[in-house]
Design a protein around this ligand. Structure first.
Ligand SMILES: Cc1cc2nc3c(=O)[nH]c(=O)nc-3n(C[C@H](O)[C@H](O)[C@H](O)COP(=O)(O)OP(=O)(O)OC[C@H]3O[C@@H](n4cnc5c(N)ncnc54)[C@H](O)[C@@H]3O)c2cc1C
Length: 364
């Protein structure tokens, strides 16, 4: 018998959606064209807050606020079920330059986040021209590769069927229902389909349904590169954001420097130019980093949308097709609430936030 839901794509949004549906008693198959959990969700930084959230749409804040509350429990459950610690860490975020300080403090007040003035002592280790620095002590990070590994292991133990290196290529509909799909592993009968295909969703949708359709999700790849320094634990006690770029300290002392924002189609080669830019940024801001080697440099493809608002909806005509994609720069920060919202929509349950901004027909 085939599963209740076939989820296409095994990034954070596919895996968290599977987890929510399993809690509701559903059976799941996950189809992934590459390796499980190795695209944007692996490549990202894991900051659980958008950069300067007060400059973003309210629809982003709504998903972030709920997700932030869900993370500690998600971490505890995954650690106890799998032994893998996703390292949810409330290390705080220091933001060096805030020309829009009033907006920032109002946003924090409205959304109940502590926002303190950054102090001279906090700034001592950094080389930057600070302007209205602020300190957000409650902001956390997750070590996203570990989070994905824990989710995969937990889902395997729940009898999810995983098809790796298997690409969705076509769908076959009758009476406004998808009956079968064609994949690189052959044809399969399906019950319900969920697209969590990240940066590939816009292109895939056009391929599956053509361009004449209304409400094509405008999701496109936005390349981002990251650098990893092999530093030592506690060298940098918190995350720091300076002029749109950031440093993230992991528990084992590794420090990530990110990120670039590039339009390069589906090409995701790491480039020497970006490596130099990120290196210069990191060692200028935090000069002691120059004493430590760079051990990794990589790129990922964010699922870009114009305003960064994801599509979380049911297809308007095809009755067994759903989407949870287009999280742009904040898929980890919005993931748990996005999965919960889609699951509530699928199960016809009341939603904890207004689903309208995430509908296929809305502005994203
Ligand atoms: C450099 C960088 C830094 C980032 N930093 C942060 C951060 O600090 N905080 C934050 O919240 N977010 C961050 N992000 C954004 C975040 O990583 C993304 O928003 C999120 O990972 C999107 O998750 P996803 O599951 O939708 O997509 P993905 O993780 O890309 O997963 C989609 C999957 O679908 C698969 N797929 C696509 N088409 C098909 C098909 N036809 N058949 C089968 N499988 C298919 C893909 O292979 C892929 O594995 C960052 C991203 C980058 C690149």
């Amino acid at each position: 018998m085939f599963s209740d839901f076939t989820i296409i794509g095994s990034g954070i949004n596919g895996l968290l959606t599977a987890r929510e549906l399993i809690k509701a008693g559903a059976t799941i198959t996950i189809i992934e064209k590459n390796q499980f959990g190795k695209e944007a969700s692996w490549a990202g930084g894991g900051i659980l807050l958008p950069l300067y959230p007060w400059r973003q749409a309210q629809a982003i804040t709504e998903l972030v606020k709920i997700s932030i509350k869900l993370y500690p429990n998600l971490n505890t459950e995954l650690l106890s079920h799998t032994g893998i610690d996703p390292e949810w860490t409330q290390c705080g975020l220091f933001i060096t330059k805030n020309p829009d300080l009033k907006l920032a403090t109002n946003w924090c007040e409205d959304n109940l986040f502590t926002c303190l003035p950054g102090t001279e002592v906090q700034l001592q280790a950094f080389n930057t021209d600070a302007l209205n620095p602020i300190w957000l002590p409650e902001i956390a990070q997750t070590r996203n590769p570990y989070l994905l590994a824990a989710l995969l292991q937990e889902l395997k133990s729940k009898k999810v069927v995983f098809l790796e290196h298997c690409s969705l290529q076509n769908i076959h509909t009758a009476n406004n229902q998808i009956e079968t799909i064609t994949t690189t592993h052959g044809k399969k009968a399906v019950n319900q389909i969920i697209l969590t295909t990240g940066a590939w969703t816009g292109e895939l949708w056009q391929h599956l349904f053509g361009t004449s359709q209304m409400n094509i999700p405008e999701i496109y790849p936005v390349k981002g590169q990251m650098l990893l320094f092999d530093a030592k634990p506690d060298l940098l006690p918190h995350m720091i954001l300076d002029d749109g770029r950031y440093l993230i300290p992991r528990r084992d002392g590794k420090i990530l420097a990110g990120s670039t924002v590039e339009t390069a189609g589906f090409e995701k080669q790491a480039t020497s130019d970006a490596k130099q830019q990120l290196y210069n940024f990191a060692t200028r801001l935090f000069p002691v980093l120059a004493d430590f080697p760079v051990t990794h440099h990589w790129a990922g493809l964010r699922p870009g949308t114009q305003h960064g608002i994801p599509y979380i909806d049911k297809h308007p005509e095809i009755t067994n097709l759903y989407i949870n994609a287009g999280h742009f720069r904040n898929g980890l920060a919005m993931g748990p609430a996005s999965a919960k919202l889609l699951t509530d929509l699928i199960l016809n349950q009341p939603t904890s936030i207004d689903p309208a901004p995430y509908q296929l027909s809305a502005q994203h």
